[in-house]
Ligand binder design. Sequence first.
Ligand code: ZN
Length: 377
Amino acid sequence: MWSRFGDSAAFSLGYSGSGSLLAYFSDFYTLVGYNYELFESKGYENLQKNAERVYREDPARWQAALVKGIRLLADWSRLTGKPLVTTECWGVVDYKDWPLLNRLGLFRLRAFNCFLPPASLLQELQAYQPELITGYTGVIAALARHIQSGGASGLTLRWVSPGGEIVTPLDRELLAGAFPTARILETYGATEFNLIAWECPVTGLLHNCDDGLIVEVLGADGKPVKTGETGSLVGTTLHSFAMQILRYPLGDLVVKGPFPCPCGQPFSTLIKVQGRQIGSMILSSGRVLHPFEVLNELLRQDTSWVRQYQLLQELPDQIVLRLVPIGEPPREQFLCLEETLKKVFGIGVDFRIRLLPEIPRDASGKFSLVRSLVKQP
Ligand SMILES: [Zn+2]
C-alpha cells in the first residue's frame, strides 16, 4: 500500500503477505484473488489461501517484479527529491480512515475528551453508538464503573481496547462486566514506538510488533532475560522517519513471553506489562520495593469490595494505599488487608490504607497505579 507521511512516502515491500509493490507492478493480486475489497473479507481469505502458493510457484518472477518496482520508485525519488523509505510488513493494510467515509458513516472515527465526567462521556457514546472503543485504561474503567452503578450501558460494543496504562485483573473484570458484548483486548504502546504489542485473541499473550520495532527484554546485567522472566523493555524503531531510535530503554518492566506465539502467528510475545520501572519505591533503608510486591499481595486477597486503588509513597517511609471501596468496606477484610500489606513493607515503614470516594487522575488524563512523591535518585 501507499501511505503518505508528510513529505516522504512509504512503501511496504512485502513477500506475498503484503505484496503491495508486486500488486502495483505485476498481476500478483489478480492471480491470488485479492481485489481491494473494502467491506468484505473475501479478498483477505483469498490472500490467506493462495498468496504463499502463488509466490512459491515462481519466486524468481515475483522477485524480478519487486526489483522492477523498487527501481521505478527509486527513479521517482531521485526525480522529485523526496526520500524513499522502504518498510517490510507481514500484514495487508487497507486504509479506510477517509474523512468522506467517516461523514457518510461508513468508516466512523471519533475522539472523545478523556477529561469528561463519565456520565457525560456515556451520553456522548450513546449518541454516537461506536462498535469499538480504545483509550486510557483508567478512563474506560471509570466509564465502566459508572455504567455498573446505573445498570445498562445502552452500548453494543464489539471490542474494547484499553491501553496507555497497566490493565489490572480488576480492570479486566470490571470491563467484562460493564461491556458484556465486547471482547476486551489490550494494546501496549508508547509515544516513542507507537504500538509496541497487542493482545493475542487466542492465547492472551501480547504479540510484539516485530515488523515495526525490535523488542528486547533485558535484565539488570544488560543481557536478554529468559521466557517468563521480568526485564526492562529496550526498543529499536525500524521505520522512524525523522529520528531513528536505537536500543532505547523505555523504562517499562515487562515479562518476556514465548517466540513465536503458540497461536501460530510469527511474533515474539510478552506475557505482561508490569508497568513503569520508575514506579519502584526506594525506602530510606535503601531497600528498593517494586510496587508489584504489594499489588500482587493485594490481588491475592478478597478484593470484591474494592473499586479502584493506587499506591502512593508520600515520604520515603510513609506509604499509603488509596482505596475506593464499593459501598461500606467490610471491616474484617479491610483489617486483614491492612495487616497483610504491613507485613510486606516490614518494620520501619508507616503503611496505612486510606479510603477515598475517588482517586484523581494525573494532569495528562492518565491514571497511575503507583505514584511516588519522593524524589528518586
Ligand atoms: Zn498469538
